[in-house]
Design a protein around this ligand. Structure first.
Ligand code: 1HN
Length: 359
């Protein structure tokens, strides 16, 4: 068969079309019909990929930074972000979440500042640093979640001869993408170097089911600066205990979970970040689930494995895992397995973009 010979009308159309596309470009326009499948895929197609960083690699590198790189005004923090291989060159765990290991050496101080971005610290190991949040010194200990809500001044100081490292989580990529960020320096260093066991915020807000009558009805972010491991641990243990007695109260058999909430609203502790602790009993496996929005997990204690879109990897204490949107996740516990998880889910729920599917 001979190929069709273009008619003069067709070649003119083609020349006219080519000129049309050149003119679109010149006037800063892009037509939908060349882009539709990329703009609106049938299901999410994240650039971020599932990825695991091992604590055994993170900690020694942070310690080396501790020996070589001072902490002070300008850089502000000795925080080393995980960079998702699907987002090359960006200090982002996922398109919306920042996760970093931060290292503070003996007697070091990270100067006070504030920013629009919400932040928290989660302590895998060690203790002995105080984070001072709007003038309130908050002790950091293993298993604790410490909040630094957006626009609160905060600095850290280590009055001890031992270094300390922890996981920082922030909504930096989300705030960057939405051009919503502001930043301000605070006092140089941290003036209040006192070291109370309990912060003022915990003394006011840290009593289950009780709120001060004089406090504002609701605040967007939680006024409780510290969620202590002893409470988290007790809540998880009690869920499993109640389930073992034959009553409902856990997610799935052998899988307990708690969410850190704002005591003034019952919603997530931070407006942009969901924070949770999960406990999976040895030998149990969670159902495979995919969700819109992305998450980062850190193994707090125990060992097991995670399967991400069908690829299974062993997990050890301290491992940090990036889970992109719509990636199928299943966890299995070899020993009892405690995992901290944070995600951007509150944003997706507010915008009615949250979806979840069990396989
Ligand atoms: C920050 O203020 C902290 O306060 C940690 O510890 C990480 C990353 C970027 C910008 C500010 C902290 C940060 C950060």
């Amino acid at each position: 068969m001979t190929p069709p010979i273009p008619t003069s009308t067709e070649s003119e159309t083609t020349a006219a079309e080519r000129q049309l596309y050149r003119d679109f470009a010149e006037f800063g326009l892009i037509p939908l019909w060349t882009q539709r499948a990329d703009l609106m895929p049938a299901t999410p197609t994240p650039r971020a990929v599932p990825h695991i960083w091992h604590w055994g690699d993170l900690y020694p590198l942070a310690a080396r930074a501790g020996d070589l790189i001072p902490v002070g005004r300008g850089g502000e923090r000795r925080a080393i972000a995980v960079s998702n291989p699907g987002l090359p060159g960006l200090p982002y765990a996922t398109p919306t979440l920042w996760a970093a290991i931060q290292y503070l050496g003996p007697y070091e101080v990270a100067p006070a500042h504030r920013h629009s971005q919400n932040a928290f610290r989660f302590v895998l190991e060690g203790e002995g640093v105080w984070t001072v949040v709007d003038g309130d010194p908050v002790a950091m200990r293993r298993g604790d979640l410490l909040l630094t809500p957006g626009w609160c001044f905060h600095g850290h100081h280590n009055p001890n001869p031992r270094p300390m490292a922890w996981l920082d989580g922030l909504d930096i990529p989300f705030v960057a993408y939405t051009d919503a960020g502001f930043f301000e320096f605070g006092e140089d260093g941290v003036h209040d170097r006192s070291t109370p066991h309990r912060s003022r915020s915990e003394r006011i807000w840290g009593h289950p089911g009780l709120r001060p009558v004089s406090a504002p009805a609701a605040t967007a972010n939680s006024p409780l600066a510290a969620y202590r491991w002893e409470h988290t641990d007790a809540a998880l243990a009690a869920q499993l205990e109640v389930a073992a007695e034959g009553h409902p109260g856990v997610l799935e058999p052998g899988h307990a979970a708690v969410r850190f909430t704002n005591p003034t609203t019952g919603s997530d502790a931070l407006t942009t970040l969901r924070t949770e602790m999960h406990r999976i009993v040895a030998g149990q496996r969670t159902a495979a689930v995919r969700e819109t929005g992305s998450a980062v997990w850190q193994v707090f204690e125990g060992s097991g494995a995670i399967t991400l879109d069908g690829a299974r990897t062993d997990l050890a204490r301290g491992d940090v895992i990036a889970v992109p949107s719509w990636c199928e996740v299943a966890l299995e516990a070899r020993t009892d397995l405690d995992l901290f998880r944070f995600s951007d889910t509150p944003v997706f729920e507010r915008l009615d973009l949250a979806r979840r599917e069990y396989s």
